[in-house]
Design a protein around this ligand. Structure first.
Ligand SMILES: *Cc1c(COP(=O)(O)O)cnc(C)c1O
Length: 362
C-alpha cells in the first residue's frame, strides 16, 4: 500500500486528523475485514463479526469515561446537529423548560432547536464579547428539565475547564474535545459528540446517556428519534453507520493502547502550551480569547497587522502546514490540535511563526 512521502501537518478543524495507523487499518478493512475475504462495507451489520465491532465500540466509550451500566452508548447518524433536536425531544417536558449555556455558534444552534420544541432559558451567555470567554458564576435552576453546555467551542476556541455541579441532568456537547482530557463523566446525564473532530471520521455521532433520565416527557415519540428505541436495538435499530463506527473503534483502541486519557491529556497540554507561548511571545500574532478559557483543541489567533495575513498564508505553504485558516465567521487562524496531531506538527508551526517574524518584523 502507498505510504505518504511528504508529511503534511494537518491542523484541520473537522473532519480532523486521524492516526496514520488507523487509516492504514481502515483501508485494509475495506478490502478484507477480519480475514473474511470480504470488505467491511459489504457484510451484514447483523453478522457476528460486525456485532463484535459495535459491542466493543460501545463498551470502550464507557471504559474510557469510567462509567458503569447505568449508562448506554449509541452510535447514531445525523451528526451532532441532530442531537440538538433529539436532546430536547427526549428530555424536555411540555410545561417545563431547559437551561442552556450559550458559548458560541454550536450552542446557539442547540438553543434554536430546543426552542422549537419547548421552553428554553439561556442562563448565561458570552455573546456580549463575541464568545471570547466562558461565562462563570451562573446558577443552574433546580426546576429545569435539564442543563445543556458545550465543553469546547470549536469556532471561537474556548473550552470549559470546570463543570458545574448541576442540580438537574447535565447534557454536554463534547464534539470537539471528547477524550482529550480527563473529565468526571458521572457528572453528566448525557454526553454527545460528532465523531469527526476528535474520535473518528464523519458519519456517526456518539451518544452516552444515563437511562434513568429517559421516558419522562409524556410525548408520543417517533421511533428513530427515541433514544430508548436505539438502546433496545443495541444501537442497531436500523442499519448503523458501519464504517464510521469501525474507524471510531480503531481510533479509540489507538488511544487506549498508547496510554489512554492520562497519556493524551499530557500530550495535548504540551502541544497547546507550546503554541500559546509562541503566540504570546511573537510580535506578529496575538490570541483572540481570554487566557484562562483558551481551548487546547482549537487555538485561535490573528496577525497584529492586517498586511501580515496574506504573507503568512503564503509563508506556511513551504512548511506543509494545512488547515489553519480561521472559521469564516471569525477570520484569522485556527490551529486544531486534536488527539491524533503529533507534537512535531506544533513544533513546525511554531518554527514557521518564528521565521516569519524574523523575516517581516525585524
Ligand atoms: C462540529 C460541531 C458540531 C456539528 O457537528 P455535525 O456533526 O456537523 O452536526 C456541533 N457541536 C460542536 C461543538 C462542533 O464542533
Amino acid at each position: 500500500m502507498k505510504t505518504l512521502t511528504q508529511k503534511v501537518h494537518n491542523f484541520s478543524a473537522g473532519p480532523g486528523i486521524l492516526p496514520q495507523e488507523v487509516l492504514q487499518e481502515a483501508a485494509e478493512a475495506c478490502i478484507n475485514f477480519d480475514n473474511l475475504n470480504l470488505s467491511l462495507l459489504e457484510i451484514s451489520h447483523r453478522s457476528k463479526n460486525y456485532v463484535k465491532v459495535m459491542d466493543e465500540a460501545r463498551q470502550i466509550v464507557k471504559e474510557l469515561f469510567e462509567v458503569g451500566d447505568e449508562y448506554e452508548v449509541l452510535y447514531l447518524g445525523g451528526g451532532a446537529s441532530l442531537q440538538f433536536a433529539m436532546v430536547p425531544y427526549n428530555l424536555l417536558t411540555e410545561n417545563g423548560y431547559a437551561a442552556y449555556l450559550n458559548t458560541g455558534v454550536w450552542a446557539s444552534k442547540a438553543i434554536k432547536e430546543a426552542s422549537i420544541l419547548g421552553n428554553v432559558k439561556v442562563i448565561a451567555s458570552s455573546e456580549d464579547k463575541k464568545f471570547t470567554y466562558i461565562p462563570k458564576n451562573y446558577t443552574i435552576p433546580s426546576d429545569a428539565d435539564y442543563f445543556h453546555c458545550t465543553s469546547n467551542n470549536t469556532i471561537y476556541g474556548t473550552e470549559m475547564f470546570e463543570f458545574p455541579d448541576s442540580p438537574v441532568p447535565m447534557v454536554c456537547d463534547m464534539s470537539s474535545d471528547i477524550f482529550s482530557r480527563k473529565v468526571d463523566a458521572k457528572k453528566f446525564a448525557l454526553i454527545y459528540a460528532g465523531a469527526q473532530k476528535n474520535m473518528g471520521p464523519a458519519g456517526c455521532t456518539m451518544v452516552m446517556v444515563r437511562k434513568d433520565i429517559l421516558g419522562k416527557t409524556g410525548r408520543k415519540m417517533l421511533s428513530m428519534l427515541d433514544y430508548r428505541v436505539h438502546i433496545k436495538g443495541e444501537s442497531m435499530y436500523n442499519t448503523p453507520p458501519v464504517f464510521p463506527v469501525y474507524v471510531t473503534l480503531l481510533t479509540l483502541r489507538w488511544l487506549k493502547r498508547n496510554g489512554g486519557i492520562s497519556w493524551i491529556e499530557e500530550r495535548n497540554k504540551k502541544k497547546a502550551e507550546m503554541l500559546y507561548q509562541e503566540i504570546d511571545r511573537n510580535t506578529c500574532f496575538k490570541g483572540t480569547v481570554e487566557k484562562e478559557d483558551r481551548s487546547r483543541m482549537n487555538v485561535c489567533f490573528v496577525t497584529t497587522k492586517p498586511e501580515y495575513e496574506p504573507l503568512f498564508d503564503e509563508w506556511v505553504k513551504q512548511y506543509n502546514i494545512s488547515g489553519i485558516k480561521g472559521h469564516r465567521d471569525v477570520g484569522g487562524y485556527r490551529a486544531s490540535l486534536y488527539n491524533a496531531l503529533p507534537l512535531e506538527s506544533v513544533e513546525v508551526l511554531v518554527e514557521a511563526m518564528q521565521e516569519f517574524e524574523k523575516k517581516y518584523a525585524s
